[in-house]
Design a binder for this molecule. Structure first.
Ligand code: PEP
Ligand code: MG
Length: 933
């Protein structure tokens, strides 16, 4: 049997792998191999595969047989290529040892630089380079990294030592330490290691190498890497690869430098070369944010030749990978090296702009463009900004770098722990720090924004915030954090004080400024129009197109959704209209009425108010279909509760409050969600639905008379049996007929039903006999299928998810095996009776990309979601079409493709590790709109 290959070499224009081997070589290793083959100047090295990492963990942290020999053989090859030997006392080869999984996890795993140096080699390096300061600096950096990462010495111990020597020499910057100082520091560092670990720093370079390899594989399972994978839903990848690569140095002097650059602006997406660099520095100096880097454009004046080379390489790489590239480079004594390239992380705005521009540049096709932008990207673009009206009076405290767009306001916290504590207490927080590090990830996730006083656009805070879509202002020099206080532009704030940041402009403001949602940009319009085209032209058997509608209860909501591209209203919850004070009193009068006449009298007063609202919604939708659901909630929810409310109603009815009490008592229900609600109300009090139907048709007639196109549909909720519809439908038809005749208008009004009770889903063939359409109310359908209360599930769901009793929150993404099974059954049965049955979904799941993918596969005609999620649903719908109908991979991101993963796992009946548990949206508390947004 052929031996499994574990180690892959790259160097001098030849590589044993390529970009397609990301799974095995990790992203970094695969791209290093690809760049080597493209003759891009990459320092030679070798990659130990991700499969070794997987085997290491499967086999109680033991490496596969033969790995040691393979690593040694590749090291020999590397030494030969470089003409130097690891640890050579005359002219040592130094290497970096870095992690690199198939999916980029910036800063989450370990890296060691300058490996191969020891007490003898440092002297050889000093002699060979003629630069003792450089050699001793390389050694002290190595000890600090190796000591921290491999030997687990706290970094503060090294920091204290370097601070104390700088103080003793009366200098501020590391770079001002002399070779003698650094030599002294090296001795001090070695003592620190001995003191903390009781062992010496290994001098044998091979011991160093294996220590580093073990540490990198070990970092795959460190807490922050696990958390990062969890938060980013990174699953089913084998592990990290380990890249051992010969070092190049950006800190050789003023003709050396290092930097990070992007082939396009990752914040805006503009086709402008973007990045920053530092001369006479190592990569860690740029990322750590200790010195403020120069803009890449400055390099053109500082070193035109290198700049031109870099421009040429970024153009080649972008063309080759057909995507925006994020590159790390080092210049060593005037020679350029590329240390890494990967597809650049970007903001939502940049994702859309890059996608649109790259189609125009014929770099990618439209389907690829659609798959490049994630629903989260679009969500980010709809992030709040500071209300422009409020900005006119606001005075900024200071300005930093506009590191991640969007505005956020919250109470100042100074640590990740404080952030999480305040957040648990239900407070909005804003993390203010000198800089952030991977340990802060938990606090960053719960923050409304991040403000740092140091660091550039590629600092940890900036990169992580952009990835999470959290607003961030970085490198704000006028922000000085001192313990539990911060001075911002001359004013002192303490923990808990409110501030607002604008990550798009970099400004920081005192207090809590109102935020507003931005308009959709022209690029976004173009992009979403492509998504609409893809959905419109999709064909599933006899079903053409896949629509996105909205859940809107008020004309303004409908208008907003229309502007966001909704193709109709999939659900108008009429009960939300009754919660306006003006209507509520009439409604309360109606429910406490003890005769039909009194009830009708109250309903007469409500009718014109509802008619006006319906007219508003019809007008906003300009002739697109509008589904209005007749009254759904238990009457119980409208009963006056407080003394004040009872007194108000009594006064309105001109009776004593005491007279109302027995009626109120009678309306009380023990389990209202399973009580007198939905179409059950129409069976007991037909006049309620009669009034609503009349108001709908009259509003439609008003539109027609004003030449406003209109397409109303009426929906009956909480149907359990076909017989309910059999009774209710003729009533509604009679009212429609009567109003149309009386108004002399012709109009087709469809009558359909919600399928939100399992029995209705199981008996859908019968229900369909009386329904022109079905709309799945997946909130109730999930509640009733699981017997999980929508209101109380948060008390146990997180534990269910933690123990993988469930893969995902079933109120967020549809449970395909159970609820999905009922849906598929209902669609099939319904269409057997009525082949043209239009079928939609209007539960909160309608805005969830995973559910949208399911809906497409289940033959559903449209999904309906809250207005702000419409753009996201337009995209997710198009992605569902492409992912399920286009043959062959079109830039599929199988490794992180959430939709793909959940679907595959559902098919294989396997657990999918869940992302963070979230309390499900709730619409049951009718007094609030919670859960509808
Ligand atoms: C549903 O149950 O999914 C639904 C849309 O109705 P509501 O949330 O108003 O109960
Ligand atoms: Mg419902």
């Amino acid at each position: 049997m052929a031996k499994k290959k574990n180690v892959y070499f790259f160097g001098e224009g030849k590589a044993e792998g390529d970009a397609k081997m990301k799974d095995v070589l990790g992203g970094k290793g695969a791209n290093l191999a690809e760049m080597t083959s493209l003759n891009i100047p990459v320092p030679p090295g070798f990659t130990i595969s991700t499969e070794v990492c997987a085997a290491y963990y499967e086999n109680k942290k033991k490496y596969p047989a033969g790995l040691e020999e393979e690593v040694l053989a590749n090291l020999k090859k590397l030494e030969k290529t470089m003409g130097k030997k690891l640890g050579d006392p005359e002219d040592p080869l130094l290497v970096s040892v870095r992690s690199g999984a198939a999916v980029s996890m910036p800063g989450m795993m370990d890296t060691i630089l300058n490996l191969g140096i020891n007490d003898e080699a440092v002297l050889g390096l000093a002699a060979k380079t003629g630069n003792p300061r450089f050699a001793w600096d390389a050694y002290r950096r190595f000890i600090q990294m190796y000591g921290g990462v491999v030997m687990e010495v706290p970094d503060t111990a090294f920091e204290e030592a370097i601070t104390s020597i700088k103080k003793a020499r009366n200098i501020n910057l590391d770079k001002d330490l002399s070779d003698k100082d650094l030599k002294e520091l090296v001795e001090e560092y070695k003592k620190i290691i001995q003191h903390h670990v009781g062992k010496e720093l290994p001098q044998n370079p091979l011991d160093q190498l294996w220590g580093a390899i073990n540490a990198v594989f070990g970092s795959w399972m460190n807490e922050r890497a696990i958390k990062y994978r969890e938060l980013n839903n990174i699953k089913n990848i084998k592990g990290t690869a380990v890249n051992v690569q010969s070092m190049v140095f950006g800190n050789f002097g003023d003709d050396s430098g290092t930097g990070v650059c992007f082939s396009r602006d990752p914040s805006t997406g503009k086709n402008e070369f973007y990045g920053e660099y530092l001369m006479n520095a190592q990569g860690e100096d740029v990322v750590a944010g200790i010195r403020t880097p120069e803009k890449i454009a400055t390099l053109e004046t500082e070193n035109k030749k290198i700049y031109q080379q870099l421009v040429d390489i970024k153009n080649r790489l972008q063309k080759h990978f057909r995507d925006m590239q994020d590159m790390e480079f080092t210049v060593q004594q005037g020679k350029l090296f590329i240390l890494q390239t990967r597809n650049g992380k970007r903001t939502g705005a940049a994702a859309v702009k890059c996608a649109v521009d790259m189609v125009a540049e014929k770099l990618i096709d439209k389907n690829t463009a659609i798959l490049r932008v994630t629903p989260e990207h679009l969500d980010q673009m709809l992030h709040p900004m500071i209300d422009p009206a409020a900005l006119t009076n606001a005075r900024s405290l200071t300005q930093g770098l506009n590191a991640s767009p969007g505005a956020g306001c919250g109470r100042i916290v100074f640590s990740a722990k404080e952030a999480e504590d305040w957040h648990t207490r239900g407070e909005k927080v804003l993390l203010v720090r000198q800089d952030t590090s991977p340990e802060d990830i938990g606090g960053m996730v719960v923050s409304q924004g991040i403000l740092t006083s140091t660091g550039g656009m590629t600092s940890h805070a900036a990169v992580v915030a952009r990835g999470m879509g959290t607003p961030c202002v970085a490198g704000a020099k006028d922000v000085q954090v001192q313990g539990k206080k911060v001075n911002i532009g001359g004013k002192t704030f303490k923990e808990g004080d409110w501030i607002t940041i604008d990550g798009s402009s970099g400004f920081v403001y005192e207090g809590k400024l109102p935020l507003a949602v931005p308009e959709i940009s022209d690029d976004m319009k173009t992009f979403l129009s492509w998504c609409d085209d893809v959905r419109a032209s999709s064909v599933r058997g006899s079903i053409k197109g896949f629509e996105i509608r909205t859940n809107a209860d008020q004309p303004e909501d409908a208008k907003r959704a229309f502007d966001f591209g909704a193709q109709g209203v999939g659900l108008c919850r009429t009960e939300h209209m009754f919660f306006e004070k003006e209507k509520l009193i009439h409604f309360r009068a109606m429910i406490v009425a003890d005769t039909v006449e009194k009830r009708k009298e109250a309903l007469r007063k409500i009718l014109p108010l509802q008619r006006k609202d319906f007219f508003g919604i019809f007008s906003a939708m300009e002739g697109r279909s509008v589904i209005i659901r007749l009254l759904d909630p238990p009457l119980h929810e409208f009963v006056p509760q407080t003394k004040k409310e009872i007194a108000e109603l009594a006064a309105y009815l001109n009776i004593k409050p005491a007279k109302l009490l027995p009626k109120i008592e009678k309306l009380h229900e023990i389990n209202p969600m399973l009580g007198h609600r939905g179409c059950r109300l129409a069976i007991t009090y037909p006049e309620i639905y009669d009034m609503q139907v009349e108001a709908i048709v009259l509003a439609a007639v008003d539109c027609i008379k004003k030449n406003i196109p209109v397409d109303p549909e009426i929906m009956i909720p909480i149907v359990v049996t076909a017989r309910e519809l059999k009774l209710i439908r003729p009533n509604a038809e009679a009212v429609i007929k009567q109003v149309l005749e009386q108004e002399g208008v012709k109009l087709k009004v469809k009558i359909g039903t919600m399928i939100e009770v399992p029995r209705a889903a199981l008996r859908a063939g019968h229900v369909a006999k009386y329904a022109d359409f079905f709309s799945f109310g997946t909130n109730d359908l999930t509640q009733m299928t699981f017997a999980f209360s929508r209101d109380d599930v948060a008390s146990f769901l997180p534990t269910y998810l933690q123990h993988q009793v469930l893969d995902v929150d079933p109120f967020k993404s549809i449970d395909e095996e159970g609820v999905g099974f009922l849906i598929r059954n209902a669609v099939e049965q319904g269409r057997q009776v009525n082949p043209n049955l239009n079928v939609g979904i209007c539960g909160e799941h309608g805005g969830d990309p995973v559910t949208i993918d399911f809906c497409f596969r289940a033959g559903i005609n449209y999904v309906s979601c809250s207005p702000y999620r419409v753009p996201l649903a337009r995209l997710a719908g198009a992605q569902a079409v492409i992912n399920n109908t286009t043959p062959g991979p079109v830039n599929k991101k199988a490794s992180t493709g959430k939709t793909e993963k959940v679907r595959k796992a559902a098919k294989a009946d396997k657990p999918v590790k869940s992302a963070k548990a979230k309390t499900p949206g709730r619409t049951g508390k009718r007094g609030t709109k919670a859960g509808t947004r």
